[in-house]
Write a protein that binds this ligand. Sequence first.
Ligand code: PLP
Length: 384
Amino acid sequence: MNQRSYLDYNATAPLRAEVREAVVAALSLEGNPSSVHEEGRAARAAVEDARAKVAALVGARPEDVIFTSGGTEANAQALSAPAGEDSWHCYLSAIEHPSVLSGGRFHPETTTIIIPVTPDGIVDLGVLAAKLEKHKPGGWRPLVSLMAANNETGAIQPVAEAAAVVHEAGGVLHSDTVQAAGRIPLDIAALGADMMTLSAHKIGGPKGVGALVLAEGVGVEALIRGGGQERRRRAGTENVSGIVGFGVAAELAAAELPHMDRIAKLRDALEEGVRKIAADAVILSASVPRLPNTACIAVPGVKAETLVIGLDLAGVAVSAGSACSSGKVEASHVLAAMGVAPEIAQGAVRVSLGFGSENTDIQRCMGAFGDLVKRLKRDAQEAA
Ligand code: PLP
């Protein structure tokens, strides 16, 4: 039996064995994909094969996939208003990943508008619609970014509904689908997104490779300029082995989508176990549709960092739902946007499962969680 239980897939998924094998083999491709000789053509073929697999994961056309250095770069590229035009305003949901919230090339104060979320962590479409109503034809155009699912709570966002509102206002919709990909079915046309972001390492691919995927007919400015790679939309010699690994991971993720209920059952068993251990445990976004693999749990009076360290010592890897900056643990911006009370937010831990998760991992996590919570509550009572 594995001695450790890795339950932090939303931070990064382990590299899949098939991916490792393909990456290692691709490292021997000698040519530059832009070269016309045999070696170059072999590298090109490997890149294009991967492009087709990544496109298939989200129902896009291969030519609309732009490989990048990861989700962060794809988000930055998406949030760059078309060159030469300064008549765009950027709208971001309050729970976006920091790589979106940084606003790309938009000024954080003058042209960036934050859309609030409900206490369940779902973007407030009423507020978005009200803001976009002010966009008159010929005036400011809205560029809206709404993630498909949140990385901390797993809450699935109403992207298709938002897209309808955005398009009605003459705007463009980008969706950060980094966490949703491979966990729920995604189709760029059904989502109504003009652009979507993917990252290989969240689905068992290598770190440092991702993609910006465009809807048919949508254009985008290059963020990194230079050579003519990626149809002039992203300069630089392609990360061939990384892209090959991304392709294999995307193919495996697509094939496994119909079996995600196995993961959902494990996650549900974990949450049930936690509720038995601590009746006062709070499961965030539990009442809205969530990714099947994510649980964001807080036990009042128990600090997240204490749980994360205690679980780690017991062989279980999870994340705190809070971010540590300058030595001070602050509530996460996601939970703060949901209006979660600070004493709950400070205790939030994220448990995220994936393809390698088994019942033994859930049992180990629940066992360690139970021991820790019992001890911490007893210590708190004795100190009181
Ligand atoms: N978007 C979301 C929702 C994420 O969770 C992450 C990674 O944590 C990113 C973007 C960034 O992706 P990458 O690590 O590939 O830069």
